[in-house]
Write a protein that binds this ligand. Structure first.
Ligand code: COA
Length: 368
């Protein structure tokens, strides 16, 4: 119960057949003339949401261990494991964002039991596409034969998959599409400076995809997303410089540049806050969450987030020791792993959270 001037605000859940059907806020307005009750919906419209019905992933064949990297730069397995939790990663020796994304999509479609021609929306989150145009999503559409899908890319760096999932949710909620393939795919190895030991040890290549469809119960219960462009310089990678008959500008280093400590501090502070915000929106307590599936940047970041939330680290799924930080591919690849291992049961409550360059960050709560 919260007082707000003359208004007393009470939140409660209306139950229908034993499940939460609609969340509403009820205002009791104590006026001179008596009590007026005003009902209004808050948070998500529970009448329509999306749920994941299929997952898939694809990783390059070539595995690079910490010992392999120690032959390239002045580092060691001990340093990398202790500071990041990463043991090895997959690096492309020819696989592309499009080839990896298409393979991940085929696996997700097979898992979800849908033909490519049935897909209505195809979103590819990536910050490392092969081409400026056409977008990776249109190339993936072509490879899949998903001719009926609307396809486009979305770049929110490491929060890209999460933002794409939320975008799919918004389209479905609005009644525009009934299903979507949501993909995170990266070949970060081409934008990493392989002589910079502070960044080249962190990243890996790969792709993950989820097939989502509309649902009226469960699925995504609530989500939040944030951007802080004013702090974009702490993690950046330049693209082509402006070169035309009127200007000739110099390009800065076209590789990932990062202030690791700033990024670390940002993640540990902002991610728990956005998770709490998403939980509050979904009327779920952290204690009710079965599994936290977060962006896989660094084990110490995940430990810090778990500590701030007061949640046991055992409830945080992790695979970064095997694959490193795959940016937008991290969450869907991890989801696929969990799904194929049989660790995701219908009705389980999951929290997904992502963060990265932009700066961008967000979280969502879903029932599997
Ligand atoms: N191997 C060995 N030494 C290394 C190294 C490596 N791979 N990388 C950096 N070092 C050295 C530094 O040069 C520095 O040496 P110095 O003390 O002689 O100057 C020392 O290790 C400490 O560097 P520092 O940057 O303070 O280490 P750190 O504890 O902050 O760890 C990161 C560095 C990058 C692991 C950490 O800041 C981090 O994980 N940040 C978040 C990055 C991230 O997740 N980005 C993606 C977000 S989506």
């Amino acid at each position: 119960m919260r007082d707000s001037g003359n208004f007393k605000l009470q939140q409660f859940y209306l139950k229908s057949s034993g499940t939460v059907a609609k969340t509403q806020q009820v205002y009791f307005w104590q006026s001179v003339g008596g009590t007026v009750t005003i009902l209004r919906d808050v948070g998500k419209d529970w009448d329509m949401s999306i749920r994941i019905i299929g997952t898939g992933s694809a990783l390059p064949a070539h595995q690079v261990t910490n010992e392999d990297l120690a032959k390239l730069v002045d580092t060691s397995d001990e340093w990398i494991r202790e500071r990041t939790g990463i043991g090895c990663r997959r690096i492309s020796t020819g696989e592309t964002v499009v080839s990896l994304a298409a393979d991940a999509c085929r696996n997700a479609l097979e898992d979800g039991g849908m033909e490519a021609s049935g897909v209505e929306l195809l979103l590819v989150a990536t910050c490392t596409p092969e081409r400026g145009i056409p977008c990776a999503a249109c190339q993936v559409q072509d490879r899949l034969g998903a001719q009926n899908a609307v396809a486009f890319d979305l770049n929110a760096a490491c929060a890209g998959f999460l933002f794409a999932l939320h975008t799919a949710c918004a389209y479905v909620e609005a009644g525009i599409y009934r299903n979507a393939l949501v993909v995170g795919a990266e070949v970060l190895s081409k934008i990493v400076d392989w002589s910079d030991r502070s960044t080249c040890v962190l990243f890996g290549d790969g792709a993950g995809a989820v097939l989502v469809e509309h649902c009226r119960e469960g699925g995504i219960l609530g989500y939040v997303q944030h951007s802080d462009g004013a702090r974009g310089d702490v993690l950046k990678c330049d693209s082509r410089a402006i070169q035309n008959p009127y200007i000739s500008s110099r390009m800065e280093v076209p590789f990932v540049q990062m202030d690791g400590r700033e990024v670390f501090a940002f993640a540990v502070r902002k991610v728990p806050a956005s998770i709490e915000e998403a939980l509050e929106k979904s009327r779920i307590q952290a204690a009710e969450v079965d599994l936290f599936v977060l962006h896989q940047a660094n084990r110490r970041i995940l430990e810090g987030i778990a500590r701030r939330l007061g949640v046991d680290l055992e409830r945080f799924a992790m695979n970064l020791d095997q694959v490193g930080n795959m940016s937008s591919a991290a969450i869907p690849v991890l989801l696929d792993e969990l799904n194929r291992e049989g660790r995701l049961k219908r009705g389980m409550t999951l929290v997904l959270a992502g963060f990265g360059a932009g700066l961008t960050y967000g979280a969502c709560v879903m029932q599997w």
